[in-house]
Write a protein that binds this ligand. Structure first.
Ligand code: GLN
Length: 230
């Protein structure tokens, strides 16, 4: 550790099932977000108390000060920066649609007049809404990524909008989906706190992230879940 341990414990909200960033493997909560923030905490001498709330619930918990921060594959956007302070970006994402392997849908135009699933409060929802008029989409919001996936499998939607690293990870795990379109609304994921509050936590996050990048531990964590070059 680069600094002496303190007694500080921060309560951090995260998503529920959002592999490879956070998920339960049957034994424990793990994933890139979890391992990264736990390693930063160790490096910076604080303790993380994780709360698996779901994405929208975690963001709302932060706004109502029930948690100190959110680490949930949360994209840094101009709109969110009005409300939150973000640490340095730690992963680059972007939104695509996932369709079942056997689907007729090959590109965005094939979504014309169809129903798509989105997750409430996410960039995926923002992206689908940006295409709503042009493609005459019906958009059904869900709370969890697993709910979107189930909706498509059950035929209640033909596609779901999601960060492509998450759809892509599922594909490598045999989800039976494929990606269509090109990544949109790209941008970095950031650790968030309420604007103007907890600046010291953002400082610790950034210092710890820089240390993990310098030591190679950042790369090790990423490679644990998605391999090098991904
Ligand atoms: N990256 C997306 C966003 O910030 C989705 C995050 C998530 O679903 N956990 O909106």
């Amino acid at each position: 550790p680069a600094s002496a341990a303190t007694d500080e414990t921060y309560v951090i909200g995260t998503d529920t099932t959002y592999a490879p960033f956070e998920f339960n493997d049957g034994t424990s909560l793990k994933g890139i977000d979890i391992d990264l923030l736990d390693a930063i905490a160790e490096d910076q001498g604080f303790t993380v108390e994780w709360q698996q709330l779901g994405f929208d619930a975690a963001v709302q918990a932060l706004q109502s000060n029930q948690v100190d921060g959110v680490m949930a594959g949360m994209s840094i956007t101009d709109e969110r920066e009005q409300t939150f302070d973000f640490g340095d970006g730690y992963f680059t994402g972007g939104i695509q649609f996932g369709v079942l392997d056997g689907s007729d849908i090959q590109d965005l135009e094939d979504l014309q007049g169809q129903t798509v699933a989105v997750k409430t409060g996410t960039q995926g929802q923002t992206y689908a809404e940006s295409l709503e008029d042009e493609l005459d989409l019906s958009i059904t919001p869900y709370n969890e990524t697993t709910d979107m996936v189930d909706a498509v499998k059950a035929g209640q939607a033909v596609a779901y909008a999601e960060d492509y690293p998450v759809i892509g990870y599922g594909i490598t795990q045999g989800s039976g989906f494929r990606l269509i379109g090109e990544p949109a609304l790209g941008g970095d994921y950031g650790f968030a706190v309420n604007k103007g509050q907890n600046p010291e936590l953002i400082e610790k996050f950034n210092a710890g992230l820089a240390n993990l990048k310098a030591s190679g531990e950042y790369d090790e964590i990423i490679e644990t879940y998605i391999g090098s070059g991904s």
